[in-house]
Structure formats: C-alpha cells, structure tokens
Ligand binder design. Structure first.
Ligand code: NAD
Length: 249
C-alpha cells in the first residue's frame, strides 16, 4: 500500500476504459481517497459507484475557471487538502494543419493545456500551505516526436505546452515541497481512439512498436502511482515515457 492517508484529485477519470479511471482504481487499491473530476456527469456517477465509497464525484469542466475553482474548493472542504493532482483530462483530433479550424485549436488547447493550468492554479495555494504535493501532467509521445499516431499538430502543441508548464511549476514550487512531473504515453488502448482505426492500421501500429504491443491504461496508471507516492520523493521536473519503445531519446 503506497498511498495510505492520501487524497488524490484525478481529472478526466470517468471514461470507463480510460487512463484516468485506471489510475483512480490503482490509487484506491493502494489506500487513497480519490476525487474524480469530469465534465461527463453520467459517466462520472457510474464510475464512482463502481469504484466504491472512497471515490468521490465532482462534475467539472476543466476549461472553465469557475468550475475548476468550485470543484477544488469542494474537494478541500469535504476531503481535506489533496496530496496529488493528476491533470489527465484531454481530447484529441486526428486533423492536419490545413483542416484545423480556430475552434478546433482552441478546444484542444483548452482541455489539455488550459485545464492543467487551471487545476494546478486552483490547488497550488492549498499545496503550498500544506508544504507538500505532487502534480502529474498527462502529456503524450506526440509532444516529444512531433505527432503520435492520432493527434494533430494542435494536440502536439498542447501536450508540449503541458511539459513547459510542468517544468516551470517544478522549478518554481520545489522549495515549497511540491513536485511536478509528466507522463508521456504512447498508444494506449482507450476510448480516445477506439473504433477509429481499421484492423490493418492497428496491426501496423503494433508492429511499429519495439515491444510489439500497444499500451494498457494500467501501464500508465503505474507510473502515476510512482509519481504520487514517496517512491519518487526526489523526482521533479521529469517526463516519464510509457510507450513500449516507440520513442527513445
Ligand atoms: P478518454 O477519452 O478515455 O478519457 C478522457 C476523459 O477526459 C473523459 O472521461 C472525458 O469526459 C474527460 N474530459 C474531456 N474534456 C473534459 C473537460 N473539459 N473537463 C473535464 N473532463 C474532460 O481518454 P484517455 O485515452 O484515457 O486519455 C487520458 C489522457 O491521456 C488524455 O489527456 C490524453 O490526451 C492522454 N493520452 C492518451 C493516449 C492514448 O493513446 N490513449 C496517449 C497519450 C496521451
């Protein structure tokens, strides 16, 4: 049990086959209390029912400052000051530069990058007062190699922005006892891509990955567990790749 007496906030954790949901499950297994923030009320309530009594549902749109601030203040009032924030909520669009309209760009930036900024900003005063905390930004291999498999350039830009935000917060808040890191998953089997690839495209992806398999949400959740727990207490400003060798620096 790595997270006894631990309170975690995980955004975008309502999707039944998602990375956030797998992370919530693993954190719960390790003793944590988990606040799940998601804009999808129905999925959120179903998820928290399934996860059990230590999972708490907060309807929240991470692109809306008032919604984020309200959710974080409710979490603090009800559960206490969280130890960990996983900025996981994200959307992607498989579009090329010329297909991306301004609204597409704004939407992808808003959920991925502005959402991480808003959640970190809302929680930071509490973490600073507590003198401890861990923030994990869910980036992507797409940020590192100029495109993953699915996201367009606006997604790569947003996920790269999450790395810049992570590094700045890590540097600025290390002395407050707050660690900030990122995870960069490769191709993970979730609903973000489900049904959007043909079997032939899927096989081609598998064969292009050195480990010859796509990733599972649990592969990513385990890295979030490491970054939330004391196992990583001297780690900050770091990006951990979870991609089966798809991108090697
Ligand atoms: P998913 O689509 O299964 O889950 C995303 C969740 O985010 C959903 O529950 C959705 O309701 C929520 N969400 C979307 N917009 C929101 C908003 N404005 N406010 C609050 N919640 C919102 O996706 P996933 O594959 O589990 O992805 C999780 C994260 O991992 C994302 O940030 C994604 O970009 C990143 N990622 C995924 C992969 C992959 O291959 N699956 C690879 C690299 C990075």
């Amino acid at each position: 049990m790595l997270l006894n007496d631990h309170i975690a906030v995980i955004t975008g954790a309502a999707s039944p086959r998602g990375i956030g949901r797998a992370t919530a499950e693993l954190f719960l297994e390790h003793g944590a209390t988990v606040a799940v923030l998601d804009r999808d009320r129905e999925a959120l309530e179903a998820t928290c029912r399934e996860l059990g009594e230590r999972a708490h549902a907060y309807v929240c749109d991470v692109t809306d400052w008032e919604s984020v601030q309200g959710a974080i203040e409710s979490v603090v009032a009800r559960l206490g000051v969280p130890h960990t924030l996983v900025n996981n909520a994200g959307i992607t669009q498989p579009k090329g530069l010329l297909e991306i309209e301004e609204g597409d760009f704004d939407a992808v930036m808003a959920v991925n990058l502005k959402g991480a900024f808003f959640c970190s900003k809302a929680l930071m005063p509490h973490l600073t007062r507590a003198g401890r905390g861990s923030i994990v930004n869910m980036s992507s291999v797409s940020a590192e190699r100029g495109g993953g498999i699915f996201g367009g350039p606006h997604y790569s830009a947003a996920k790269s922005g999450m790395l810049g935000l992570m590094r700045a917060l890590a540097r600025n808040h290390a002395a407050d006892g707050i660690r900030v890191n990122a995870v960069a998953p490769g191709f993970i089997e979730t609903d973000i891509t489900a049904g959007k690839l043909t079997e032939a495209q899927h096989r081609q992806i598998r064969e292009s990955i050195p480990m010859q398999r796509t990733g599972r949400p649990l592969d990513v959740a385990r890295i979030c567990l490491f970054l939330a727990s004391e196992l990583s207490e001297y780690v900050t400003g770091e990006v951990i790749d979870v991609n089966g060798g798809m991108h090697i620096d």
